[in-house]
Write a protein that binds this ligand. Structure first.
Ligand code: HAM
Length: 424
């Protein structure tokens, strides 16, 4: 995430490269966020990085910022209108419908990991290319499924050692009660003192007005009607069950009647995980139920629920808390050859060690002993194998403990077993 550069080209604005050692932290976070999903029966899905523009304009919503301002669109030579995917839900549902997964056992539970693209104003925690781990459970209307997903996200964050996050929960109603509420909200909003653009928003997407961050707008919204007070009996009962299941699982949440998500497909359960150490970009993850999305993109009725967690923001949140995720171990053994023949022999030993599952590295580039030992120490390996001419003549190799400095000669023909015994 640093921007100093000595090369001619730099990563485009709002993007950054993942390079060691930070990249190990990202991999560890991706792994940890996905692990609870694998345990809960979610299967891995991967879709293209671009789709037809219309999938997102119909799915995410014509009036959302994502569709109107933030999509990277292109016209192919063949005349197709494509967009780099700004989110994963519409694509995953499209893929499931295309493969007829919805005709099999339901719910279809899928997880994914990948890059997403939004032309946003870049700032800390907000990028034009970012990474999500997502989960979608398609084809079941069951509060336990909503609760399962929320619990899995909570477990995922906790397994990383993240503590300073809060879960905000709301219900946005369904096709019965939402239109009634929408009309009541519009009527209220039309009476307020608002600018032209916001007035237009009242007619297209009044719920988004509730999310307006400006103080002058918020001040007028104190008495705005709330979805909570307009939920139909079925939505109320459904939401109550989700809340009870979360409470029984020990997952703390805050009811947030003003939680409106930036995508139009949500119905009933909506939620967001926010972290207070991130400044204005506080959402580390979010999701909800989208019972009408399948029909919106031309599919059958398929009530579904899902979430996506931001990998970049989770890494920032961990850093803000001073928590370092457990990263995969580097090499255990570092091989240092002295001379041409030793190089060939020891390279063979490294290959055999790796084939036996021992993480090993090698002093490449014909370094002298001093430089090679420096590299050995820097590699993080606990052990070094040093092979000089005299060792070669005696058919041995020096196995050195880089922590204590002690070393012993082990027979070359038994070196793999000897190293395995040490590294365990
Ligand atoms: P979303 O809230 O737009 O939801 O994004 C989910 C998460 O992705 C956010 O909470 C945030 O952590 C991360 N994120 C979004 N935009 C950026 C950005 N510009 N830079 C860095 N991180 C970002 C969705 O995408 C829905 N598809 C979630 C979902 C799945 N709902 C149902 N199923």
């Amino acid at each position: 995430m640093t921007t100093t550069s000595v090369s001619t080209f730099s990563a485009p604005k709002g993007t950054y490269d993942l390079i060691p050692p930070d990249s190990a932290e990202f991999l560890a976070v991706r792994e940890a966020l996905a692990a609870p999903l694998r345990r809960a029966g979610y299967g891995y899905v991967e879709t293209p990085g671009f789709e037809q523009v219309e999938l997102f304009s119909r799915g995410v919503g014509e009036s959302t910022d994502i569709v109107t301002k933030e999509m990277y669109t292109l016209t192919t030579r063949g005349g197709d209108e494509l967009a780099l995917r700004p989110e994963g839900t519409a694509s995953v549902l499209r893929a499931a419908l295309q493969a007829n997964l919805h005709r099999g056992a339901l719910p279809v539970k899928l997880w994914y990991s990948g890059s997403y693209y939004r032309y946003e104003r870049p700032q800390a925690g907000r990028y034009r290319h970012f990474s999500q781990i997502g989960a979608e459970a398609l084809g079941a209307e069951d509060p336990a499924l909503d609760a399962e997903l929320i619990i899995l996200a909570d477990d995922a964050y906790r397994s990383l050692g993240l503590r300073g996050f809060r879960l905000l929960l709301n219900s946005l109603g369904d096709r019965e009660c939402r239109p009634v509420y929408r009309a009541a909200l519009q009527e209220f909003l039309r009476r307020l003192d608002l600018d032209e653009e916001t007035r237009r928003r009242i007619e297209i997407n009044p719920l988004r007005v509730l999310d307006d961050k400006r103080e002058a707008v918020q001040r007028q919204l104190t008495d705005a009607p709330m979805m909570r007070d307009h939920l139909c009996e079925a939505c109320k009962a459904y939401h109550e069950q989700v809340r009870e299941l979360l409470t029984a699982a020990g997952v703390a949440f805050e009811d947030d009647p003003r939680l409106v998500r930036g995508l139009d497909y949500y119905t009933r359960t909506t939620f967001e995980f926010v972290h207070d150490g991130l400044g204005s970009q506080s959402a580390v993850g979010g999701g909800g139920r989208y019972d009408g999305l399948s029909e919106m993109i031309g599919g059958p009725e398929l009530p579904s629920v899902g979430w996506a967690l931001g990998v970049d923001r989770t890494v920032l949140a961990l850093r803000a808390e001073g928590v370092r995720p457990q990263v995969a171990a580097g090499p255990r053994v570092y091989a240092v050859p002295l001379g041409e023949e030793a190089r060939r022999t020891l390279f063979g030993v490294v290959t055999r060690l790796r084939r036996e599952g021992v993480a090993a590295d090698f002093a490449f580039g014909g370094k002298g002993l001093k430089n090679a030992m420096k590299s050995a120490n820097r590699s993080g390996a606990r052990w070094a194998l040093v092979l000089g001419e005299r060792d070669l003549a005696e058919g041995t190799v020096q196995l050195k403990d880089l922590e204590s400095g002690e070393q012993e000669a082990v027979p070359l023909d038994r070196v793999v077993t000897a190293v395995q015994a040490k590294v365990g």
